[in-house]
Design a protein around this ligand. Structure first.
Ligand code: GDP
Length: 314
């Protein structure tokens, strides 16, 4: 083990988000003290506020899960927010982590950092070998900068900062707003509403042909804790399931689990995005981690969570 979490003060930055809240749940199983701070107390885009909070609280370890995130339409519509907010959040936290003597930091990125036409499954070394997918290049550029920041502090200051790149995540606490969500929560919500309303069809964006890989957020949190304890190196690590399916196949699975028996139509005015982004899971498997929640089980559990949430009543 490279880093022992026992007895440590561990800050989960972004604890209200889907990934951050999964990390907080997962860390209950570790004998550490979890620190969180609300947005009203500390604006993570404000450098002096972040520096002051970290100097006072002195976390030993940091999971950097705070980010402005969104689906294909939100990314495409708000490029300035996705680039600026994410650059500021990660730069402030990583620099303040160095200043305040944080022992270990895990930065969380995204599979969209890779070139649009990267060879599949995508290995970690494909980073910066080709042009990005235009619909989310703003977010991708910010996340690439985050990886490089972690590497730069390791190189210049010997900081034990690492980066994990999760694939498309889903699970409890996801954003189910149809204009800003990712595909999985959107399909759950659409199929549920169509079933209740007795609609003849649901509308899927794009052709349904792009392929995506999905990982339950609890598996992602488990992987990040594993990396925090057992990984210490420059290169980022892919966190994925190693399997993908087409958006149409996913739609059929969601409809089956929700119990919607109608048709599927396509809104071709919406973008497909990158044709495929299956990440290689070889590196993380070699580090002794693999996922434990199947897509079918994870989806069924997420649908149960959705039905008890406010989103299902709107
Ligand atoms: P991406 O992985 O960055 O492209 O983000 P998304 O999860 O938003 O989209 C994945 C794929 O699902 C894209 O090809 C979308 O066009 C497609 N898709 C189909 N229906 C929907 C929908 O209702 N919402 C979203 N966000 N994507 C959809």
């Amino acid at each position: 083990m490279t880093y022992d979490l026992r007895g440590k003060r561990v800050w989960v930055a972004g604890h209200r988000g889907m990934v951050g809240s999964a990390l907080v749940r997962r860390l209950e199983a570790e004998s550490c003290e979890v620190l969180t701070v609300s947005r009203t107390e500390v604006d993570l885009k404000d450098q002096s506020a972040v520096r002051a909070w970290m100097a006072r609280e002195k976390p030993d370890a940091v999971f950097l899960a705070a980010a402005k995130v969104g689906g294909i339409l939100a990314n495409d519509s708000f490029p300035a927010d996705f680039l600026y907010d994410n650059l500021m959040i990660e730069a402030n936290i990583i620099e303040a982590a160095f200043r305040s003597g944080v022992e270990k930091l895990c930065f969380l990125g995204s599979s969209c950092i890779y070139p649009k036409y990267a060879e599949q499954p995508i290995v970690e070394s494909s980073l910066l070998t080709g042009a990005l997918e235009p619909t989310n290049e703003w977010y991708a550029i910010a996340k690439i900068a985050g990886i490089k920041l972690a590497q730069a502090y390791r190189k210049q200051h010997d900081c034990d900062f690492i980066s994990a790149m999760p694939t498309n995540l889903y699970g409890p606490g996801d954003n189910f707003d149809l204009n800003s969500s990712h595909v999985m929560p959107a399909l759950i919500r659409k199929a549920h509403a169509a079933k209740l309303n007795g609609d003849p069809e649901i509308v899927v964006w794009g052709t349904g042909m792009p392929k995506r890989e999905f990982l339950h957020v609890d598996d992602c949190a488990d992987a990040c804790v594993h990396l925090m304890k057992d990984y210490s190196d420059f290169e980022h690590v892919n966190v994925g399931s190693g399997e993908d399916l087409t958006i149409l196949e996913l739609t059929k699975l969601v409809c089956e689990l929700v119990g919607f028996k109608g048709a599927v139509s396509h809104d071709l005015s919406k973008p497909d995005g990158t044709p495929r982004k299956l990440m290689s899971a070889e590196k993380i498997r070699g580090l002794g981690w693999s996922p434990s929640i199947s897509l079918r089980d994870g989806l069924a559990q997420t649908y149960e969570w959705f039905k008890s949430s406010e989103f299902s009543k709107q």
